[in-house]
Ligand binder design. Structure first.
Ligand code: ACM
Length: 555
């Protein structure tokens, strides 16, 4: 008997210690100090500051409703006048959300005691992210809608102070090489929100498909949104014979923008120009160069030599008209004008382009060709035009070739050198180097063990660990790192044709990316991250119906 009592007395502290184990939170918070004891969220009374953003109160109510459903005890949310004074006085009971201008943008503080918990933030995203963190501290049943009243609906007492390292935390989704439904794009937005990503760079126009309704140019979607089949793997000249396409109506786009906004995500549209425009040229061949064409929405991958005839004023007006309609749909401050992979061969022989080069006095020198400078003219003109719509431009790192007007933001994709150079020249940059951040690359160096993808050499694989260990300031002068707005992962879809495969390529690399984007280097820890994936994140993603790749470390 004595032995049993001894065993029990030895086990009790172990059980208590297990209860206050550091919760698995991805991305890891800036500061997390564990306390003693726990706070019961079951039936908790929630009070929101009446000064809080009404969208934030709505998000709190949504969590309260979900908690009511799964825990089986009603949770009410009130917004009483004079709440801040009550909180200052102390002696609290329940869960409080307080507007606090001193908290960093998108940051939040959570103070959890055994009787009361107080959350502070200064903006919608801060409150929204505090809710994601609270959810990660609760039993996984919070992510479902099945009642689980017997679960332990307590969260550990702790102090959390959190804020992102970077303000721009993005994913590019290519809905052109393959079209994805509104529901699937929303599913991507949902998982981005869980891990505190805040920008969806939506690639909407391409050689292989135009995906956005434009009232003034209906043929863009009547013709440009569909292609007559798709090449099979890398078999040039092959065609699967399956017509592929689709587009988003303006109504669907507005709905998507609102859906993203309610999750703290801004959607940045990309209209890629003046290359990557074959679907537009198939719809309106009059904007093509002399001797080019006939045009057909491409059924194969790669970089097309068929580009817009930017020497023609009509073409520039077409671009302005399209961008005006697109800009109207997306309320964010940025607009991506692409600018990558534009072969200038056709411009060398096109009379309109050559006349424009002459008119503008563009010359070739050791820095850039006259044709590269013609692309600078397109970039500068669109930058000026979009400024009249209240937008700043982002472009791929090719926009640096020749001259680039101040105020443009450069997205570094051909490795890191474009971003390093642009930042040293005083441009803001978003780091999206293919070697670390291209999510269409294979997830294993053992290429044959993975589904077919774009990667042909093992060293081009973007493994979970490679992405996780990416340091965006690497190679930069300390004096220019403040130009790094953030980091983006790019999910191109040449070889990704199904929702399941899209998710497989996204997950769990999106979670590794979230730590690159959110955490300070000191706060990253791959072992802790992998452990969180195994114990918490991946089971939850599975429960939510996401397909993901099981990391090698957990196999
Ligand atoms: C790109 O991958 N062409 C930006």
């Amino acid at each position: 008997m004595k032995r049993i009592i001894l065993l029990i007395s030895l086990l009790i502290p172990v059980c208590l210690a297990a209860k206050v184990e550091t919760p698995d939170i991805v991305p890891a918070p800036l500061k997390l100090e564990m306390g003693k004891g726990s706070f019961n969220m079951k039936g908790v009374c929630i009070n929101c500051d009446p000064n809080m953003d009404h969208q934030a109160v709505k998000a709190v109510r949504q969590l309260a409703d979900r908690l009511t459903l799964v825990s089986g005890r009603l949770i009410e949310v009130a917004c009483p006048i004079g709440l801040t004074r009550v909180v200052e006085k102390g002696n609290l009971k329940g869960l409080y959300f307080i507007q606090d201008a001193s908290v960093a943008p998108e940051g939040y503080k959570i103070s959890i005691g055994s009787k009361a918990a107080v959350v502070r933030a200064s903006d919608f995203n801060g409150f929204f992210y505090s809710l994601q963190t609270l959810r990660q501290m609760l039993p996984a049943a919070i992510y479902g809608s099945t009642p689980a009243p017997s679960e332990n609906w307590r969260v550990p007492c702790c102090e959390i102070e959190d804020a992102p390292r970077f303000g721009y935390r993005g994913i590019l989704l290519d809905c052109c090489r393959h079209f994805f439904s509104v529901d699937e794009v929303k599913k991507v937005l949902d998982v981005m929100a869980m891990y505190k990503l805040n920008r969806l760079h939506w690639h909407l126009t391409e050689d292989q498909g135009w995906r956005i309704e434009i009232d003034k140019y209906p043929r863009l979607t009547e013709v440009g949104a569909f292609r007559n089949g798709t090449m099979i793997k890398r078999e040039w000249g092959s065609n699967d014979g399956i017509r592929h396409g689709g587009y988003y109506t303006k109504e669907q786009i507005r709905d998507m923008v609102a859906y993203a906004g309610a999750r703290g995500i801004t959607i940045i549209p990309e209209v890629d120009m003046p290359g990557h425009m074959v679907a537009a040229l198939a719809s309106y061949p009059e904007y093509g160069c002399a001797g080019s064409g006939p045009y057909e929405v491409l059924t194969y991958w790669g970089v097309s030599k068929q580009v817009l005839n930017v020497g023609k004023e009509e073409t520039m007006r077409f671009l302005e008209d399209v961008c005006a309609e697109v800009a109207d749909l997306f309320p964010g401050e940025y607009f991506n004008i692409g600018g990558d992979e534009c072969p200038r061969d056709e411009w060398k022989t096109d009379p309109d382009c050559q006349a424009k080069i002459k008119e503008l006095g563009l010359v070739s020198d050791e820095n850039a060709s006259a044709e590269a400078r013609l692309q600078n003219y397109v970039t500068a003109r669109m930058q000026k035009f979009l400024a009249t719509k209240g937008k700043k431009i982002i472009g791929w790192d090719e926009i640096l070739e020749g001259e680039l007007a101040p105020g443009a933001t450069v997205m570094s994709w051909r490795g890191t050198k474009g971003g390093i150079k642009a930042a040293s020249m005083g441009y803001d940059v978003i780091m999206s180097p293919n070697i670390y951040c291209y999510l269409d690359h294979c997830q294993s160096t053992d290429l044959d063990s993975e589904p077919y993808c774009i990667t042909q050499k093992p060293e081009r694989a973007v493994t979970l660990t490679k992405l996780y260990h990416y340091e965006p300031y690497e190679g930069m002068e300390p004096s220019s790192v403040h130009h790094v707005l953030g980091v983006q992962g790019n999910l191109w879809t040449e070889f990704i044709g199904t929702d399941d495969y899209l998710e497989y390529m996204l997950l769990p690399r999106l979670l590794a990316l979230s730590e690159v984007q959110w955490c300070t280097p000191e706060n990253k820890n791959y072992e802790r991250f992998i452990k969180s994936l195994g114990s918490h994140e991946l089971p939850i993603l599975g429960k939510l119906g996401y397909n993901y790749r099981k990391p090698d470390e957990l196999k």
